[in-house]
Design a protein around this ligand. Structure first.
Ligand SMILES: Cc1cc2nc3c(=O)[nH]c(=O)nc-3n(C[C@H](O)[C@H](O)[C@H](O)COP(=O)(O)O)c2cc1C
Length: 180
């Protein structure tokens, strides 16, 4: 949790095509490592990042359903690619195409998670923003968090069923530019 709430300024930050934002977490999602690119883009020092839950950069526009998908997938030992908008400590936001996966020991037990993120195609961001806006709107109709999550999870499944796609296929279609 942040000590003080960061208010989004609406200012978008981008980063280089060749840069990769990397973080690692423990099994509960507490940051154990953040690379220089992460710290710069997130306007955090290493001391402010490491030891904090990864939600330290959570943006209020991100639907809960997407984080449920993320955690369900990686806890299962599978990898996930997802579009995420993050909130820097100075209120700017930045979009990423994130790859998240488990780190395992020799016995294949999950000892933590790691994520690397690249700059997404702006056309993909436009398409995904529209989906996330609908999911967030649905979540905001419910006063309790579990009800909000159930409703947006159901909506996400409906959207994907209608498209005949998994979230992963949806991501790749956007990444290839054909649906954007
Ligand atoms: C390896 C890894 C990377 C993550 N990266 C992000 C991220 O970039 N932004 C984010 O908001 N949440 C990220 N999360 C998810 C957070 O742990 C958390 O579920 C999310 O911010 C929602 O927080 P909340 O449940 O407190 O609302 C990541 C989790 C893991 C395991």
């Amino acid at each position: 949790m942040r000590a003080t709430q960061v208010r989004p300024t609406g200012i978008e930050r981008t980063f280089g095509e060749n840069e990769i934002i990397v973080t690692k977490t423990d099994p509960r999602g507490v940051l154990t490592y953040a690379n220089d690119v992460f710290l710069r883009i997130s306007a955090l020092t290493e001391d402010e990042a490491v030891g904090q839950p990864h939600s330290v950069i959570r943006h209020p526009d991100m639907p809960r359903a997407v984080f449920k998908l993320l955690w369900d997938t990686v806890r299962n030992g599978q990898e996930l690619f997802a579009y995420v908008v993050n909130l820097a400590a100075d209120g700017a936001h930045y979009w990423v195409l994130a790859h998240v996966t488990a780190s395992t020991d020799e016995a294949n037990r999950i000892v933590g998670y790691h994520s690397s993120r690249r700059k997404p195609d702006p056309r993909a961001v436009t398409a995904v923003q529209e989906l996330y806006r609908r999911l967030r709107q649905e979540e905001l109709r419910h006063s309790s968090s579990p009800a909000a999550l159930d409703a947006s999870w159901a909506m996400l499944q409906d959207v994907l069923t209608q498209r005949g796609q998994t979230y992963e296929e949806f991501v790749w279609e956007l990444t290839n530019g054909s649906a954007a």
